[in-house]
Design a binder for this molecule. Structure first.
Ligand SMILES: [Zn+2]
Length: 77
């Protein structure tokens, strides 16, 4: 969907991943940022930590952008 070379992630982003969770959910809410990204399954509420590099390969789409996302593209971080 996007040609962005690097994903910028924000708290409260809702992302859709390539593989579904065992509960059947595809959508995850980002609740922690860092070298590892904290995700909460939108379907069952389970929390997991995933390395940012691994997560970037799994994201297929953004369902919703978090409050931290700027309305317009900013300088690359
Ligand atoms: Zn789940």
């Amino acid at each position: 969907m996007s040609s962005q070379p690097v994903l910028t992630l924000y708290l409260d982003d809702v992302v859709r991943l390539r593989r579904h969770h065992p509960c059947g959910g595809f959508d995850w809410t980002i609740d922690r940022l860092g070298a590892d990204i904290g995700l909460r399954c939108s379907t069952c509420g389970r929390r997991v930590l995933v390395a940012r590099s691994a997560l970037e390969r799994r994201i297929v789409d953004f369902v919703r952008r978090g409050d931290g996302a700027p309305g317009t593209p900013g300088p690359a971080a």
